[in-house]
Design a protein. Sequence first.
Length: 275
Amino acid sequence: MRILISADMEGATGVTWTDDVVPGTEQWQRFRRLFTGDVNAVVRGLHAGGASDVLVNEAHSSQRNLLLEDLDDRARLLTGRHKPLSMMQGIDSGVDGVVFLGYHAGAGADGVLSHTYLENQITGVWLDGVPASEGRLNAALAAEHGVPVLLVSGDDRTCEDAADYAPGARLVAVKECVSRYAAICLPPSRTAEMLSAAARASMDRAVRAPGAAAAHRIEVEFDASHLAQAAAVVPTVEQTGVRRVGFDAATMTEAMKAFKVVTAIAAGAVQGKYG
């Protein structure tokens, strides 16, 4: 059994505010250890449940956050940026299940450090008309490859979201959202037990099915009109409102690659304090 872990950081144990996840800060150095601890807890559980190979794909920011020297030696680490499938790199490599670790609520939703790809310029994303977090987008990509979502961890709002887009997945809330920058957190000793137990139990769903590609539409709303104008220069992307763009794609893989382009161009169009 081969399992992929897509490891984001905002939903890791104890994380509640910006400096916890911004590379280079003192707090980031601290939470790298807790983040790695969450990953190790899941790796232990997956192996206890029968996994023979676990690939951990770093999915946060610089994608160089996990401490390789502290990683469970049964895991392999995919680290670094500019991966074709970004957060989901490896989903097309014949894995039998995927774990969304340290995930968070989507842009425009209530949740600790909630956002979708860009930290604060995107106010909403819709997949086929449904509000979409990173988890929902990534679950649709996993489904295209026939890979079940086994486990989702993050705050309680993340788990509520995942219950809809991955109804069969195990859910682990490592903290309870109070606001975008505050949460009631459980200590790592407790979250490690919860994550390991859920990961082990989730292995009963680790069965890859035949994939099926289908057309999808993604719409993105920004917090300023010039970001929509910038994104609309991409062929196939149309500006559908003052701050909104949309595009269609023949497959979810193509949709996610186009989404990456849209967000990258919008991020490059942000101008100082005025955004």
